[in-house]
Design a protein. Structure first.
Lengths: 367, 464
């Protein structure tokens, strides 16, 4: 693979909305390439994420108002963004680096962040219930998805997982995702154009439960992901699609769905079950390593607590700190703040209780 | 299934073993996990016999092996399980038998089995297979028929594991390596659980063509996992305080190609730091120091190096940490992972910054490390910091009381907010629970790992 040591400084792409512009960098040049549209997933090694990233006209940016308030905005020379902090002109943004703080006419501010699949999951429009980072990251790891892999997915839904799958297979792999709802498939396609992962993702309209995956993928898939109401109907087809030792995952919110899915994995394919109760059922095996998990994230909130030193002696934290300071002050030149802040962390009381169960299986090698 | 098509385009993760590759051997369904390097001389001990691993070379990952009797004695042989029995029938049996049998009359007095140890040895000498021995044991058990079907299967499994063990050949990838280490030697990987590791990779947006900076004090597992996601593009630069890089032995187990190995580099924090201009002289001096260490350490080539992860109490030799780790790829040529980052790469990183940062350093003071490292990141770069402890107690006998409780990640998060260095800050604790899903026997697993550590994640913003 050609690895250019320096990048070509292109005057063409500055001012070209979207796209890459007419950039040719097939030879080694000693110029730096600064102005270009940001891409969420750099396919071309010359356009690495780590280069200075400047906001350009046509870029997708994540506008950060607060940690729980973000939105995706396409930068347009003549547009404005209006929110409770005021009016923000897009033209003020162009030319600034990502990560910048930008101001409104009223002096309020927001931050402009570069899009990533994680941020995209938090800002995308929900046409269906989506998968969040805890499930997404576990699925990508457990399905062993790496660059170059071929991944099949159904249903596409709002494309939350699909975007992360695209990142995992980039630049040489591909994700074929299917949804039986034509409109949702179209919306997903639009989103993939927005986030510029369309080169890595192909959306098909197909009823996977009824028809299975297309025959053309038989034996070619490294991984298959199912998020369907009745995944057991798609399991035979999924198993046919997988390469030997390929991995399959089914996501279901309800335990009954999980039971029926595992039952199909077990009985229809007569499987080597790994039961932790010690029960083993040996038969001809197509699928093994059947494991079901739940993943959740517990978040913590951090508070600064200022200890008031005028409080009376006692066993509280404040007196603890005071005593320490008193002694350390002896003979030391220790800076003595009257009310030194203490930082405390505790779990957030609001937390996700459940998203779904993740069931994994592996296709055995039969030859 | 089109086998030919499946072979193509898998340089990165080949599906068939080769001489010199590293494998993860799963004996008896996860009871015992062993990392091994396949060669003609490599062996695996099962029971009190050593079995050659030669038969495993050239087999696809995911193959199973059992012990068979041959002319020269027992050996490992690949088997493909064939159709046995009618499953629908068995399922019905389960459900109907459940009602009629129970264990009220069974007494556990060790007298049920009439076959003795000598009888079994004699059978073995006569060439009986493991399965035949198991069948004989069942036939000679006085209480077998009285057991419930579940109980019978449990009995059969137990005997099979002892007399007819099975070996599953697993591909060493981030997931399997992390799970194996977490199960048996979690301390070596800083108790980094597989879901926590996966979160670090996602939160730090690790993808192809990115330059990821890592502080890896978990044996190289993190570096390897990042390199796997980079797929031979971009860079993963492992940085370290001081002059000695942290050990990266686990990277060897991944079977990385040359392309991927070349992307794994190391550089001291002082060299990467923007405020320190390291003179050429200092660079040469450091290089010489590293070269000297390289020469004195023995090179690990394709000789067998087994790392046993099992409940045995054998002493495990920890491989000597190296500055450049030798790997043997398909062609038998040596390729190094963990080379010093080139000066050109360092200059580029100083100019543009790294695209993301992951820290897994249980022993370091996170805040002071972050202060030095955060400026090295590119704008709007995400970072993820893994830490085992929510609270740390600092002891200082010169103070009274002599102990202070600190919260490393909380302090970091707070300071980052105050210093307006990052936004989107979050401290998360991953939670993972496995389920047993079987007809009439579905419930969460009895054993659960309750602790996956904590992660502080966020995005760096431009300093005003």
């Amino acid at each position: 693979m050609i690895r250019p040591k320096y990048e070509l400084y292109s005057l063409y792409s500055h001012g070209v909305s979207g796209g890459w512009g007419a950039l040719s960098c097939s030879c080694y040049c000693i110029l730096f390439y600064k102005f270009r549209s940001l891409r969420m997933l750099p396919i071309d090694p010359t356009k690495k994420i780590s280069f200075s990233r400047i906001v350009c006209d046509g870029d997708l940016v994540i506008v950060y108002e607060r940690h729980d308030n973000m939105k995706a905005v396409k930068v347009c020379q003549d547009s404005v963004l209006q929110n409770r902090f005021g009016v923000f002109k897009h033209s003020d943004w162009i030319g600034k680096p990502f990560g910048s703080k930008v101001f409104s006419n009223k002096g309020g501010f927001i931050y402009l962040l570069a899009p990533t699949p994680e941020l995209w999951t938090l800002v995308l429009s929900h046409r269906t219930q989506i998968l969040y980072i805890a499930d997404i990251s576990f699925v990508v790891m457990y399905l062993e998805i790496v660059p170059g892999c071929l991944v099949l997915e159904s249903g596409t839904g709002s494309g939350s997982l699909t975007t992360s799958l695209a990142r995992a297979v980039a630049p040489t792999g591909h994700v074929y995702t299917f949804d039986f709802h034509e409109q949702r498939a179209a919306s997903a396609r639009e989103d993939f154009e927005k986030t510029e992962v369309c080169n890595l993702v192909t959306v098909g309209v197909r009823d996977i439960q009824g028809e299975g995956f297309p025959e053309e993928f038989s034996g070619l898939a490294d991984s298959v992901f199912l998020d369907l109401p009745q995944p057991w109907l798609a399991i035979p087809s999924a198993a046919k699609m997988l390469k030997p030792d390929g991995a399959l995952c089914s996501f279901s919110p309800c335990i009954e769905q999980v039971q029926r899915t595992c039952d199909t994995l077990i009985s229809k394919f007569t499987v080597l079950i790994r039961s932790l109760m010690g029960l083993v059922h040996v038969s001809s095996a197509s699928l093994l390593d059947i494991r079901t998990f739940e993943v959740l994230l517990r978040t913590y909130e951090v508070q600064e607590v200022r200890m008031n030193c005028s409080q009376g002696d006692g066993g509280n934290l404040g007196s603890l700190i005071r005593k320490r300071r008193r002694h350390s002050g002896k003979g030391n030149n220790v800076q003595d703040n009257l009310s030194s802040p203490t930082v405390m962390a505790r779990p957030c009381s609001e937390a996700k209780g459940h998203t779904g169960y993740l069931t994994f299986a592996r296709l055995k090698c039969l030859s | 299934m089109s086998q030919n098509k499946s072979q193509a385009g898998t340089i990165q993760n080949p599906r068939v073993t080769w001489e010199g590759c590293s494998v993860l051997l799963d004996i008896n369904d996860g009871d015992r996990l062993v990392f091994a390097r396949l060669s003609a001389a490599a062996t695996l001990k099962i029971g009190n016999k050593n079995f050659s691993l030669q038969p495993l070379i050239g087999c696809p990952f995911g193959s199973s092996f059992q012990i068979e009797n041959g002319d020269k004695g027992p050996f490992l042989s690949r088997f493909v399980a064939s159709m046995e029995g009618n499953n629908a029938q068995e399922k019905e049996d389960f459900e109907s038998q459940e009602i009629s049998k129970d264990n009220r009359a069974l007494v556990d007095n060790n007298k049920a089995q009439s076959l003795t140890g000598e009888d079994i040895d004699a059978m073995r000498r006569q060439g009986a297979t493991g399965d035949e021995i198991v069948d004989a044991l069942i036939a000679n058990s006085a209480t077998f028929e009285k057991k419930t079907l579940f109980s019978q299967e449990k009995y059969r499994l137990k005997k099979q594991k002892k007399y007819a063990p099975k070996v599953l050949l697993r591909r060493p990838v981030a997931r399997s390596i992390c799970e194996a280490y977490f199960k048996k030697y979690p301390a070596r990987i800083g108790f980094l659980r597989v879901d926590t590791l996966s979160l670090l990779l996602s939160m730090a947006n690790v993808s192809a063509n990115s330059d990821v900076l890592v502080v890896d004090m978990v044996g190289g597992l993190l570096t390897g996992a990042v390199a796997e996601r980079l797929g031979g593009t971009g860079y993963v630069c492992g940085t370290y305080l001081g002059v000695t890089p942290y050990p990266m032995d686990i990277v060897r187990i991944f079977n990385f190609s040359d392309e991927v190995c070349n992307r794994i580099v190391r550089s001291a924090l002082t060299e990467l730091s923007l405020t320190q201009t390291v003179t050429l002289e200092q660079i040469h001096q450091q290089e010489n120091e590293l070269n000297m260490e390289c020469l004195s350490n023995p090179q690990m080539s394709s000789s067998v190096s087994m790392e046993e992860i099992s409940p045995s109490e054998k002493e495990i030799t920890v491989p000597v940490p190296e500055n450049a780790i030798s790997l043997v790829n398909k062609m038998g040529k040596s390729t190094k992972a963990g080379n010093k980052a080139s000066q050109q790469a360092i200059e580029l990183w100083k100019e543009n910054g790294f695209s993301s940062l992951i820290i897994a350093a249980p022993e370091l003071d996170i805040w002071s490390l972050l202060q030095d490292i955060l400026p090295l990141l590119s704008n709007s770069a995400p970072f993820a910091i893994y830490h085992q402890y929510l609270q740390v107690a600092l002891f200082d006998s010169s103070l009274m009381p002599s102990c202070i409780l600190m919260m490393p990640l909380a302090t970091c998060m707070h300071n980052l907010q105050l210093g307006k260095m990052a936004i989107g800050l979050q401290i998360s604790e991953p939670w993972l629970r496995e389920y047993q899903v079987l007809p009439s026997r579905t419930h969460p697993c009895m054993q659960m790992n309750a602790f996956g550590g904590y992660i502080l994640s966020g995005t760096k913003i431009c300093s005003s």
